[in-house]
Design a protein around this ligand. Structure first.
Ligand code: AMP
Length: 214
């Protein structure tokens, strides 16, 4: 199964992708996670990426496309994958079409998670993750049962993304509105676009996604 999760930053793509990974035995391919790993490596490329990401801008299409193209060839993608954060521009959507054709692959679904823009800033600026297992939390909406201790693995260290501050979030939302939102019509024109209500609670969104995916 191969699918794209579309939606603004904070729409819940990452959260749902993790649940779908477990439910369907497919892998989440988050371009944001791949870029953050490069930044963490401290490489020269990582230093360049860090500046672009902290400004809330998009990195170049060429880099992203080659990153994804080699990633989907890896063995763990054989059963399928969830594209999370890619494609993000019309050029990336077109490059993905050609890439899939060359590899003889087909997308099963493109699902947009719709969320009102006013709630996104609050969702993003309050979020953090367990440094050990990556479980996501939120200052208001999803606290661990015991303060300071991860529900899933018991670790006590948590991290926040450098670009989850209000100023960067506002730029990321502008980039989304101007460069990413238009790609929904690319898939709508092919009759592939489906939508779920990303304002619903986390379990309800998972149910809506599973109803589409079967
Ligand atoms: P995300 O984790 O998806 O919110 O991505 C974090 C940041 O990584 C974005 O604000 C961009 O700077 C960069 N990024 C992630 N995916 C892409 C992409 N497909 N194209 C361009 N930039 C990206």
């Amino acid at each position: 199964m191969k699918l794209i999760l579309l939606g603004a930053p904070g729409a819940g793509k990452g959260t749902q992708a993790k649940r779908l990974e477990e439910a369907y035995g497919i892998v989440q391919l988050s371009t944001g996670d791949m870029l953050r790993a490069e930044v963490a490596s401290g490489s020269d490329l990582g230093k360049e990426l860090k500046a672009v990401m902290e400004a809330g801008n998009l990195v170049t299409d060429e880099l992203i496309i080659s990153m994804i193209s080699s990633r989907v060839d890896q063995d763990d993608c054989a059963k399928g994958y969830i594209l999370d954060g890619f494609p993000r521009t019309t050029a990336q959507a077109e490059a993905l079409d050609s890439m899939l054709e060359e590899k003889g692959q087909k997308l099963d679904s493109v699902i947009e998670m719709e969320v009102d823009e006013e709630v996104l800033v609050g969702r993003i600026t309050g979020r953090y993750t367990c440094a050990k297992c990556g479980q996501g939390y939120h200052d208001e909406f999803q606290k661990p049962a015991k303060e300071g201790v991860c529900d899933k693995c018991g670790a006590t260290e948590f991290t926040r993304r450098a670009d989850d501050n209000e100023e960067t979030v506002r730029s990321r939302l502008v980039a989304y509105r101007e460069q990413t939102a238009p790609i929904a019509s690319h898939y709508d024109a092919k009759g592939m676009l489906k939508k779920v209500d990303g304002m619903a609670d986390i379990d309800e969104v998972t149910s809506q996604l599973k109803a589409i995916l079967g």
